[in-house]
Design a protein around this ligand. Structure first.
Ligand code: FEO
Length: 161
C-alpha cells in the first residue's frame, strides 16, 4: 500500500509539472484561456500531491518526495495538448483504482476512505477533458472556433487571473 501511495505522489507531481508546461506553451502560443485553465490544473494537482503526502505522514509513515520528469516543451496543436492531458488523467485513474482495490483487499478502511475524494475528483477531471475534446471535434479549430473554445475553457474556472 505504501508503495502505491508513493507512486500516487509521483503521478500527482508529474501531472502538476505537465500542466504547468502546457500552461506556459498555451500562454506563449496565443491561447490565454487554456493557459489560465492549465495553471489552475497545475495548482490543483499539487494540492492532490500534498494531500497524499500529509496522509502518509498522518498514518505514521514517512512520505518521500520523488524527482519530476521533464514534461514536453512543445506540443503539436491545441488539440494535442488536451489529448495528452486526457491520456495522463486516464493513467492517473488507473493508478488510483489499483490503490483503492488494494485498500479493499487489505481491509485498510482508513486508506479506502481517504481515497474517496480522489476518486471523485478524478472522475470529474477525466470527464472535463473528455468534454473539451468533444467540443474541439464539434466546433473545429478554425480561427473563430479556436477563439470560442479558448474563451469557454477560460470560463470553466476563474481561480487564476
Ligand atoms: Fe490529481 Fe488529475 O490527478
Amino acid at each position: 500500500m505504501f508503495e502505491l501511495l508513493e507512486e500516487q505522489i509521483s503521478l500527482e507531481a508529474n501531472a502538476s509539472q505537465l500542466y504547468l508546461a502546457m500552461a506556459t506553451w498555451c500562454e506563449s502560443s496565443g491561447y490565454p484561456g487554456a493557459a489560465k485553465f492549465f495553471y489552475n490544473r497545475s495548482e490543483e494537482e499539487r494540492e492532490h500531491m500534498m494531500k497524499v503526502i500529509r496522509y502518509i505522514n498522518k498514518i505514521g509513515a514517512h512520505a518521500t518526495i520523488p524527482g519530476i520528469k521533464q514534461p514536453p516543451v512543445n506540443y503539436d496543436s491545441f488539440e494535442a495538448v488536451f489529448q495528452l492531458a486526457y491520456e495522463n488523467e486516464k493513467d492517473v485513474t488507473a493508478s488510483i483504482n489499483k490503490t483503492v482495490n488494494l485498500s479493499k483487499e487489505e481491509k485498510d478502511h482508513f486508506t479506502f476512505n481517504f481515497l474517496q475524494w480522489l476518486v471523485d475528483e478524478q472522475l470529474e477531471e477525466e470527464q472535463m477533458f473528455e468534454s473539451i475534446l468533444t467540443k474541439i471535434k464539434l466546433i473545429g479549430l478554425d480561427g473563430r472556433g479556436i477563439y470560442l473554445l479558448d474563451k469557454e475553457i477560460s470560463d470553466m474556472d476563474n481561480k487564476v487571473q
